[in-house]
Structures are given as structure tokens and as C-alpha cells.
Design a protein around this ligand. Structure first.
Ligand SMILES: [Fe+2]
Length: 190
């Protein structure tokens, strides 16, 4: 379960409202796995809702960045992060339908989305918010980008970011291990 707290706030109302809704949807998905065998139909429905809402959120956030003239270099990086999340999520989902152990894979999915959201909101989204504040205070988009490439975060926030990144890496490493096993099995069968 993921809990909303002040450290996730960007102080941009639309963004914070949508991020909170994402947390609610993610917790609904996690709820499907807390008691007994999950209802497959319900998992699919919540997951679909979460994906649709995520897509809408990315579209709204990107439109807002453009409207407020954020630096194009930063926009490209941010857009790439959004896109890679959509891609990774669709790849993981593919495994849900072919894997034998669906529950285990779906739990991995919840874990992945949680880690990614924490990493993204505390990372790139906070950098975005800092740049938009600087632009509002009179900096050019480029100055705002240069001045906020790295922002100061407290130790607790840094710990959360690093834990999330580690979780994402562990997930990738586990995926590589499974692929290696598959490859080995293929080699041995030929
Ligand atoms: Fe974002």
C-alpha cells in the first residue's frame, strides 16, 4: 500500500489531485491481492482504469508543461520517462496473460507501479515543479532548467527515491535472470 504525504506534493493543484487519484487506484489494485485468491475480472478492471487514468494524467501534465513554456530539453526527458513507463507496463501485462502464476506476476505489477510512481513523483515531477516556480518568478525556461537540474531533498525523501530505484533495478535483474533461464533451456533443447 502506498500512502500520500506532504513530500509528494508539487504544489500544482491539478498535478497533486491527479497523483492522489493514482495512489487511490493503485491501492485498489493492491487490495485485490490482500484477501484470498484475487478476482481476475476485478484485477483487469482496476488495472484498465489505472492505465487509462495514467495516460490521461501524462497527457494533462505534458500539456501544462508546454503551456507554461518549460525548457524543451527537460520536456523531452520527462516525456521519455512517461513513455517508458507506458511501454514497461504493457510488457509486464503481456506476461500476466501468458504466465502460469498470474497472481505472482500481478503482484509484481503492483510493486513495479508503486516503485515507479514514487521515483517519478519525487524525482522528475519535483524538478518540473521547481522549474515552473522559477519561470513564474521571472527566469527564462532555460535558466530555470539549469538552476534546477538537481534540487535539495531531505534525507527521508532521498531514502524513498533510492529504495524505489533499487526496487526497479531488482525487478529488471529478476526479469533478466528469467530470460537467461529461458535462453539456456532453448539452447539445451537444440
Ligand atoms: Fe510526470
Amino acid at each position: 500500500m502506498i500512502e500520500w504525504s506532504e513530500q509528494f506534493e508539487t504544489k500544482i493543484e491539478m498535478v497533486d489531485t491527479q497523483h492522489q487519484r493514482l495512489f487511490v487506484l493503485l491501492n485498489s489494485l493492491a487490495d485485490c491481492f490482500t484477501v484470498g485468491v484475487p478476482n481476475e475480472e476485478m484485477v483487469e478492471q482496476v488495472l484498465r482504469e489505472l492505465q487509462n487514468y495514467t495516460n490521461q494524467h501524462f497527457t494533462d501534465e505534458e500539456a501544462m508543461m508546454k503551456e507554461r513554456n518549460i525548457d524543451p530539453q527537460f520536456f523531452a526527458i520527462h516525456h521519455m520517462e512517461h513513455n517508458s513507463f507506458i511501454y514497461d507496463l504493457s510488457r509486464l501485462q503481456l506476461h500476466i496473460s501468458v504466465d502460469e502464476d498470474e497472481v505472482q506476476t500481478a503482484e509484481k505489477l503492483v510493486h513495479f507501479i508503486t516503485s515507479w510512481l514514487v521515483y517519478h513523483i519525487l524525482g522528475v515531477d519535483q524538478v518540473m515543479a521547481a522549474q515552473l516556480r522559477a519561470i513564474k518568478q521571472g527566469m527564462t525556461p532555460q535558466q530555470a532548467y539549469q538552476a534546477n537540474k538537481t534540487i535539495n531533498r531531505d534525507a527521508a525523501t532521498m531514502q524513498l527515491i533510492l529504495t524505489s530505484v533499487l526496487d526497479l533495478w531488482r525487478g529488471t535483474a529478476e526479469h533478466c535472470r528469467l530470460l537467461e533461464e529461458e535462453l539456456l533451456a532453448l539452447k539445451q533443447s537444440t
